[in-house]
Design a protein around this ligand. Structure first.
Ligand code: B16
Ligand code: MG
Length: 223
């Protein structure tokens, strides 16, 4: 097998660094209840890694209500959900980092591996601040300026291009099926830390507390 140098690890946020999916769920649930559309945690799984407006469409679809509202009304709904979400994420503190993430970031930093964030959430910079891990990130992709959300590769390619490295020198970490697809479309290897049924395409399936640089290098034959 060809041996590449590992130069960058590109992280998804929601579900990888912290569990903000639950706050997304609570905020969408309030809207769905208002619209009298069925919505539960199981259906919420489909929204992981999906952009805000696409998430709204999926919720409306569950209530056969896609054609019931104008674009303006949909934008107002998405804004209302986001206002609610922004209130909820004020509660996030460094204690909400998923197990193993902080030591892994420290390990990468001390080994000279570049670190990027590839979240499609426009609230990602605020969450990174709340978690107090800004200093570890060499680059945070701007979700608003990336043309296509996951499963398109754009947000992972933004990190690669910023660092001026090759795809084969990067690894992406994701918890959503659409995210694994985005990493692969970017030509990178994918580590999956989500529920196993969502992670069938991941090159390595693990959990955040088991992320370890030596093992990753060995597994992917990267130096
Ligand atoms: P916002 P990720 C994604 O974050 C979430 O998984 C997804 O549920 C959410 O709809 C999307 O961000 C947009 O977030 O409404 O805050 O801009 O997994 O890419 O970190
Ligand atoms: Mg995610």
């Amino acid at each position: 097998m060809e041996r590449n140098k590992l130069k960058a690890i590109i992280f998804d946020l929601d579900g990888v660094i912290t569990d903000s999916a639950h706050y997304h769920y609570l905020a969408w649930k309030e809207l769905a209840d208002e619209l009298q559309i069925p919505f539960d945690e199981e259906y919420n799984e489909k929204l992981k890694g999906v952009s805000r407006m696409e998430s709204l469409e999926l919720i409306l679809m569950n209530g056969n209500a896609c054609d019931k509202y104008t674009l303006e009304e949909k934008e107002a709904m998405a804004e209302k959900k986001n206002d609610n979400y922004k209130e909820l994420i004020k509660q996030i503190t460094p204690e909400d980092l998923l197990p193993g993430i902080l030591p892994f970031l420290k390990e990468l930093k001390s080994n000279g591996i570049r670190i990027a964030l590839a979240s499609v959430s426009k609230n990602a910079p605020f969450i990174i601040d709340q978690l107090q891990i800004n200093e570890y990130f060499d680059y945070i992709a701007d979700a608003a300026s990336v043309p296509n959300a996951k499963p398109f590769p754009d947000i992972f390619l933004a990190g690669r291009d910023e660092f001026g490295v090759e795809s084969c020198e990067c690894i992406g970490v994701e918890d959503a099926k659409t995210g694994i697809e985005a990493i692969h479309r970017a030509g990178m290897k994918a580590i999956g830390v989500g529920t196993p049924d969502q992670m069938t395409e991941a090159d390595l399936l693990t959990t955040t507390d088991k992320l370890n640089l030596c093992e990753i290098r060995q597994y992917f034959n990267m130096v």
